[in-house]
Ligand binder design. Structure first.
Ligand code: ZN
Ligand code: ZN
Length: 143
């Protein structure tokens, strides 16, 4: 299988992913709105062991411990210390998975269309739902 690649806006952080996504979703939670600056986050979860981050210089890959998440669990949000792009994250208790913003990935994204939308209760009202997507008020009870 080919390697999927991605980077932050300035290119200081590069990501290489070997495996297929475990799941993809759109997240409307207020933490994702703030951390991305966008109306919602589009995210793909991969096995953490299949993701390699490389930095152009030491320690430019930063991590913010987000304790405000609506899930009530700590979310570790990775971002570039130079351009500020969000480049990944993991949720406490699910560290075997890394969640990557779909927008930082290169190439064809047709296999990444999210089938589920999370935290629908926080969705901005002028954002339409994706056709056929399954909506969750918060999170599904099983991850
Ligand atoms: Zn950057
Ligand atoms: Zn979110």
């Amino acid at each position: 299988m080919s390697t999927r690649t991605g980077s932050c806006l300035c290119g200081s952080i590069k990501v290489a992913i070997k495996g297929a996504p475990v799941s993809t979703n759109i997240c409307h939670c207020t933490s994702c709105q703030k951390s991305t600056g966008a109306a919602f986050a589009s995210l793909a979860a991969f096995r953490a062991s299949e993701i390699i981050y490389t930095e152009s210089e030491p320690s430019i890959l930063k991590t913010y411990d987000d304790t405000s998440s609506e899930s009530g669990r700590l979310v570790k949000r990775k971002f570039c210390g130079r351009c500020g792009s969000p480049v990944g994250g993991s949720r406490e208790g699910f560290e075997e998975f890394s969640i990557v913003p779909i927008g930082i990935l290169e190439g064809d994204k047709s296999d990444l269309k999210p089938p589920v939308e999370l935290f629908h209760k926080s969705k901005i009202d002028w954002i339409p739902t994706l056709e056929g997507s399954q909506l969750f008020e918060t999170l599904p009870s099983t991850p």
